[in-house]
Design a protein around this ligand. Sequence first.
Ligand code: CP
Length: 317
Amino acid sequence: MRSFMGRDILSLKDFEREEFFRVFQVAKDLEPIARDRRNSELLKAKTMVTAFYQPSTRTRLAHEAAMHRLGGHVTGFADAKMTRAGDFYQESIKDTVKMLEFYGDVIVMRHFQQGAPHEAAKWASIPVINGGDGWGEHPTQILTDLYTVFSEKGRIDGLKWVAVGDMRMRTMHSLAYALTQFDCPITFVSPPEMGLTAEFKAELQQYSLNFTEADHVEKAIAAADVILVEPVVQPDYTKSRDERRGDVGLTPANYKITRELLAGKAKSDAILLHSLPRMDEIPPDVDITRWSRYWQEAFNGVVMRMALLALVLGAVE
Ligand code: CP
């Protein structure tokens, strides 16, 4: 297996099967620190730089919390408008990361341009972690989700998935790439205008992903062990900010997970994931059902970032 030390985490297309299990193992080892709300000293000599060009609640703060739990330091920006990248100068990614690499030991970047973290990694002498790039990928979120499934079910292979939402979403791309490494059939349920592109489908076929598509979650949910949901009422992920203006509409029943649907059609032991934020696709009354795991997923978001930071910074091999 390749070493994680010094490695960029840009895409799950880069991940080999055994590397997933190595990351899960490190997460499991470090999980007690987060569960006990302790801070350790594993990364006490290291600093993480966050470079967030798009809004975030979970990804930035989970990375920061992870760094604190490991005794490390944190600096960075959450609003590029307050940096030279976001004002008159429109400073390039190259010029920005050629500064940031001297301010810390790892960079976590979220950007509205697909491929921006890859461009950063080209120039930075320290590891770059992709915290979500436009419609591109969101590898740390899907590693979190897979770790949640692994923790809950004790395995990944043999589980059937249904993914509901906008297939342009970066999480969906990382999920599809990740599942190519496992025996996991998946059905994608999305509005036609938000479906998998022909190009992406051809790529998934090349990787032998066992996938189908459906137009209504009711047609696919009964077989699913894992139900992963994203909104179809979405902002434009290619913008640095997309302010809500007026009525944004409601989620059609085809892409909505209700208590009634779960009780009537889902497997009794299926688990429901949502990386959040949500609109109305999962109503709040689903939170208190045996299917929901999104708060567990939120906790695991810290644990997974602890594992990734410890690995790329060489604190564990
Ligand atoms: N799931 C996720 O990426 O959330 P944030 O946009 O709040 O980081």
